[in-house]
Write a protein that binds this ligand. Structure first.
Ligand code: ZN
Length: 203
């Protein structure tokens, strides 16, 4: 057996660009700019492919018709990752699911959130949730209206620097957690550590 006496640490740079092509670009741009999921429909067998492909896998027809599909679907398969993945800034455990959208052929791989991993099941219904900057202006408007309505007794806080958190907890009377699925969020642990009463679900 070889006896390794020296260990060298280093990084190898492998810069590359990968093009998703014409079909993939159209799909990703609709997702990015309009929060819409589009597929291609086969004129012969009517299958709708999501993610979209250029030729039908069953009848080999070229696919030129684009259709928008809804955001609802079913979990076809899933796995729970319990080790952190340096590619994603997500706290494990993380659930990866293969999602078949309603009326679509093919599956999309995505995270499944807002649920404890042990409650995820094959066949469970899920819905795509778009996060990030508010792209849906109608929703953004309603949200801003609600915040305004609550202004007499609640305050919408922007992101707080972690170094300022202790001071932020000092300012509040109580921390209310309105999530049903995240019963023990870090916010609650921090609030309790800061001596602030909390109200949350026991789920
Ligand atoms: Zn076909």
């Amino acid at each position: 057996m070889m006896n390794v006496k020296t260990r060298l640490e280093g990084r190898i740079k492998v810069p590359y660009k990968w093009s998703v092509g014409e079909t993939g670009s159209r799909f990703l741009i609709a997702l990015r700019d309009r929060c819409e999921i589009w597929g291609t429909r086969c004129p012969t067998c009517n299958r709708v492919y999501v993610p979209p492909v250029q030729n039908c896998g069953e009848c080999f027809q070229p696919l030129e018709e684009w259709v928008s599909v809804g955001s609802g679907g079913v979990v076809e398969s899933f796995t729970v990752a319990r080790q952190p993945d340096p590619m994603f800034d997500l706290e494990p455990p993380v659930v990866y699911g293969l999602i078949r959208l309603d009326d679509a052929a093919g599956s999309l791989l995505h995270f499944i959130g807002e649920i404890e991993p042990e409650h995820v099941r094959v066949g469970m219904r899920v819905r795509a949730v778009f996060a990030g900057p508010v792209l849906d202006e109608e929703y953004g408007g309603r949200f801003a209206g609600e915040i305004g309505r609550l202004a007499s007794f609640a305050r919408w806080l922007p992101a707080i620097d972690p170094r300022e958190m202790a001071a932020a907890y000092d300012e509040v009377d109580v921390v209310l957690n309105t999530s049903f699925s995240e019963g023990l969020a870090n916010t609650l642990l921090e609030a309790m550590a800061a001596g602030v009463p909390v109200i949350t679900s026991d789920r």
